[in-house]
Ligand binder design. Structure first.
Ligand SMILES: [Zn+2]
Length: 285
């Protein structure tokens, strides 16, 4: 009868923005009161407990690319409403609200730039836009980002932050998993490196496709990672789950990811990984 009680609870709206607008903010993890300017200087990481605040896609661009310079592609792609989906509000209205709130056209920005003078094709997801969900626009932009890496023979970087496939687009969002994975197989065949960076949270359809297919997979500390939520897994397999089993640290311990990088070291670590995995000339296996 749980659903009766739930119906009186407040409806979930758009995900809350983590970055505060005021002068001071409170760390969600340890409760420390932090001066926002200090937080900015420390890459939005709590200086007391190392909690990584969620940041926008543009912040990652500034953090990782040389001079924060991204040559953006495909920003004109916008979602259609093929199913004429409506829950608490129409899908088209939800998209319109998300565009206004985030200043983005969809949940990923893609383009090319340099990391320590090494050119890369990069995609950065943004959780602010409908929970970083992957619909046909996100899938198509990621696909084109992979094709750009193939065409220019430059490494691919994808920074993920997602609650999964966008249910309002039904099967059209699920097929993005297959589409992006198939293109990544071509990239693999061409021996062009792909670095996947998992940030908090990276789950469901995104985790089950490109996010988990990196040649090197890096995660931010204490990020929530996984496919289904804890309650769903518990109900399905009828077993208790170990504590913290959906964290970066647990994933590292069990070999799913290669290493955890503090945000301040992220650029250096990606750059080092790129040095280790130089692009092979065409045809070399
Ligand atoms: Zn803290």
């Amino acid at each position: 009868m749980e659903w009766f009680r739930k119906s009186s609870a407040p409806q979930k709206g758009e995900p809350k923005k983590e970055i505060p607008d005021g002068l001071w903010t409170k760390c969600k993890n340890c409760g420390e009161i932090i001066y926002v300017k200090e937080l900015e200087k420390s890459f939005w990481v709590c200086n007391k407990c190392d909690f990584h605040f969620r940041i926008a896609s543009q912040d990652y661009i500034r953090l990782i690319l040389d001079d924060g310079q991204l040559e953006q592609f495909d920003d004109n792609l916008v979602s259609d409403d093929p199913l004429e989906f409506k829950d608490s509000k129409k899908y088209t209205e939800r998209i319109k609200a998300a565009r206004k709130k985030s200043g983005l056209n969809d949940a990923v920005i893609t383009g090319t730039g340099n990391i320590d003078k090494k050119p890369v094709s990069i995609s950065v997801m943004d959780f602010t836009f409908v929970g970083g969900s992957m619909g046909s626009v996100v899938g198509e932009k990621i696909a084109r980002s992979i094709e750009r890496a193939l065409e220019k023979r430059i490494p691919l970087i994808i920074i993920s932050s997602s609650g999964g496939a966008r249910m309002q687009e039904g099967i059209l969002s699920l097929m993005q998993m297959a589409k992006t994975s198939a293109l990544l197989a071509l990239l693999y065949d061409e021996k062009i490196p792909f670095i996947s960076v998992l940030t908090n949270p990276t789950t469901a359809g995104v985790m089950a496709s490109y996010a988990s297919l990196g040649d090197i997979i890096i995660a931010e500390p204490q990020a929530l990672l996984g496919f289904a939520g804890q309650r769903v897994i518990k109900q399905t397999i009828g077993q208790d789950l170990p504590p913290g089993f959906q964290s970066s640290e647990f994933f590292l311990e069990h070999g799913f990811i290669d290493f955890i990088s503090h945000r301040k070291d992220l650029k250096r670590n990606i750059s080092l990984a790129l040095d280790y995995m130089a692009v092979q000339p065409p045809g070399q296996k």
